[in-house]
Write a protein that binds this ligand. Structure first.
Ligand code: RNT
Ligand code: ZN
Length: 415
């Protein structure tokens, strides 16, 4: 234990906060790290350029081009992130051996066996996402398509992904969170808003109706207010997803880039948890739009994490990251964003929650503001440093010699 930690511990104790307890709790919060930061959401199934109204900008050298490169990059990232985390895969990251290539409606567990082996060797869990974009049949619409053949194709894809998620959970002994997000929507004012949503609802019903082990596959549905080229209407709006998940007993997923700019996900979590047993999150950083910048240790990330901690049972919230920046070293992007979620969780765990709640209930608003501001300059960094030391990773992001060496020896050679 460092002297600075000892002193921080005493400092926090004066406001009734137990830093040892906070460190212990943080150690056991897994975050599902998105695989797609490593290759700008390209995937390996070769289906086409990134589509669906999401965009990666930047061309920093070193983008992973093969499963082996991506796995190796993920290892370097994980080695600099304290604790144990899960890996979040997209269906487009299927690995086809010779002659195995199939379209997305025919994907099978064997196309992901290398990922399962990867996860087993590292003792981590896998989460999953059907990929309803970057594919010729996603040019217009997917699960809401008015073309029955196209809609059937994507329903089959969703069903295939349930089977793959079940396989992950069975093989790894950990539930698999399977998130459904579709990019369907319109650039301009639609004539029929109901039809696409009715078809989406029916398609989801068909996917869920294939029957699966609900203790193994935790299906969630992610809403979105708009996308690039989908500015006027999205089929999977917030209201659609909130009502659908409630009716079917599946998990809602909130991505903090998917709302109007002054709407805050931190303010939504408590309402969702009053009505749902579990909630999934995509933590990202929207800058003016759903730009998916690297997550920072900023106000909203801290506020989101306070709400996760305040709900009292950390297992109710499934935390995942979802951002993609191609303009900087992609491994730094992973590591900095993941660690910032952990920092924000630690910051939240170091709040005298009971005392602050009491101040609120007693209407002592001045004191509540004062303590919240005081906490910002408490020796938080010393506690974070101890957490990193416990996990044998550097505390300062400026000291990632391992990543710098990897950039020199490996990433810079990828052309
Ligand atoms: C898009 C959604 C979705 C994707 C990933 C790649 O706006 O946030 O979650 O980012 O599925
Ligand atoms: Zn998302």
């Amino acid at each position: 234990m460092t002297d600075r930690y000892q002193s921080a511990k005493e400092h926090y104790a004066t406001i009734g906060v137990d830093t040892d307890r906070a460190l212990h709790m943080l150690q056991n919060i897994p975050i599902s790290m998105h695989c797609w930061q490593g290759d700008d959401v390209s995937g390996f199934d070769g289906a086409g350029a990134l589509s669906g109204g999401i965009q990666v900008t930047g061309n920093h050298p070193g983008k992973a081009r093969t499963p082996q490169e991506l796995m190796s990059d993920i290892d370097v990232a994980f080695s600099m992130i304290p604790g144990w985390h899960n890996l979040n895969l997209h269906a487009s990251y299927a690995i086809f051996k010779d002659g195995q290539a199939v379209d997305r409606d025919r994907l099978r567990p064997e196309h992901f066996q290398d990922w399962v082996a990867f996860a087993k060797e590292r003792g981590i869990g896998l989460d999953f996402n059907p990929t309803f974009f970057s594919h010729p049949l996603a040019a217009q619409a997917t699960l809401s398509s008015s073309d029955e053949n196209i809609r059937k194709f994507w329903i089959a894809h969703g069903q295939a992904c349930i089977r793959i998620s079940e396989y992950f959970a069975t093989e790894l002994g950990k539930p698999c969170v399977m998130n459904i997000w579709i990019p369907d929507g319109y650039k301009d004012i639609p004539a029929d808003r109901t039809g696409p949503r009715a078809r989406f609802k029916d398609s989801l019903d068909q996917i869920l109706d294939i029957g699966y082990d609900k203790s193994k596959v935790l299906v969630c549905l992610e809403s979105k207010v708009f996308g690039i080229g989908l500015e006027s209407y999205t089929v999977g709006s917030a209201e659609f997803c909130m009502n659908y998940t409630m009716q079917k007993g599946i998990m809602p997923l909130l991505d903090n880039g998917h709302y109007h700019p002054t709407e805050m996900v931190s303010d939504k979590i408590s309402s969702m948890l009053l009505f749902h047993k579990q909630l999934a999150l995509h933590i990202t950083r929207p800058v003016r739009w759903d730009s998916d910048h690297v997550v920072l240790f900023d106000d909203e990330t801290r506020e989101i994490c306070k709400e996760i901690v305040r709900c009292g049972d950390l297992s109710r919230v499934k935390i995942a990251t979802d951002y993609f920046d191609g303009s900087i070293n992609r491994i730094y992007a992973w590591v900095i964003g993941m660690r910032n979620v952990q920092k924000a969780l630690l910051f939240a765990l170091l709040q005298p929650q009971e005392r602050m709640k009491q101040l609120q209930d007693e209407g002592r608003n001045t004191e509540l503001m004062a303590i919240q501001e005081t906490l910002k300059t408490f020796p938080f960094g010393d506690v974070w440093e101890q957490f990193c030391m416990n996990n044998k990773v550097p505390a300062a992001e400026t000291r990632f010699a391992t990543i710098d060496k990897y950039e020199r020896d490996v990433l810079s050679k990828r052309v």
